[in-house]
Ligand binder design. Structure first.
Ligand SMILES: [Zn+2]
Length: 212
């Protein structure tokens, strides 16, 4: 089981998901990996939790304004039939449960990756990454968007320092080279749409070893 240092209750995140992202989260429309990253951010961010609560209330109000439409003749029978089906698994929004099954793969001393076993598109990637002080991830591009939640330590990306509790969103065409900031190891939860594309040979070898 991977252990994290206890979160500092006085720390307040400075970097949050975009409003569009929170709206899609509230509507249950995010990709599974992104949904997990946002849910993890919400655990430590009262501001985003209250925004999601407001969006959910707004969504419920909008539903009440939709004019009733006639049901299909077999709608009741179809609904009753579904009651006999096994219940679908709950959304994978609890990182603690997922961590219980996560297995670390050491890439080089100081760096490990732990793929997260949550249902997601086979081309997407959801994983924890631990990088020691002074180290950096390989320079890479993306196939699609990327979301990162800093769980402990601090990350420097594009000249900005992201502390534990902060979330980073990148569009698909961004190339970047995140580095650890400060003298503590940094552990982040990553979700990417599609595979990452390392831009160096060393990066390709490291990503192949990590399975990302
Ligand atoms: Zn937030």
């Amino acid at each position: 089981m991977i252990q994290f240092p206890p979160a500092d209750p006085r720390s307040v995140p400075n970097h949050h998901p975009a409003l569009d992202t929170l709206t899609e989260y509230a509507a249950g429309q995010l990709r599974a990996g992104f949904d997990l990253v946002v849910a993890t951010h919400l655990r430590g961010c009262a501001r985003c939790r209250s925004e999601v609560a407001a969006l959910e209330t707004l969504g419920g109000s909008l539903l009440n304004t939709i004019a009733p439409a006639p049901l299909n003749a077999n709608a009741l029978a179809a609904t009753l039939a579904r009651l006999d089906e096994p219940a679908p698994p709950p959304p994978a929004r609890n990182l603690d449960q997922l961590l219980a099954g996560a297995r670390r793969r050491w890439i080089v001393p100081g760096i490990w990756v732990a793929p997260i076993d949550t249902p997601h598109d086979p081309d997407d990637r959801v994983f924890l990454l631990r990088v020691g002080p002074g180290a950096s991830t390989a320079h890479h591009r993306h196939s699609g968007a990327e979301m990162t939640q800093v769980l402990s330590g601090a990350l420097s990306d594009g000249g900005i320092i992201y502390q534990a509790g902060d979330m980073v969103e990148l569009a698909g065409d961004d190339a970047h080279h995140p580095k650890v900031a400060g003298d503590q190891p940094c552990i982040c939860l990553f979700a990417t749409q599609g595979r990452l594309k390392p831009t160096t040979l060393a990066g390709r070898i490291a990503f192949a070893l990590a399975g990302v």
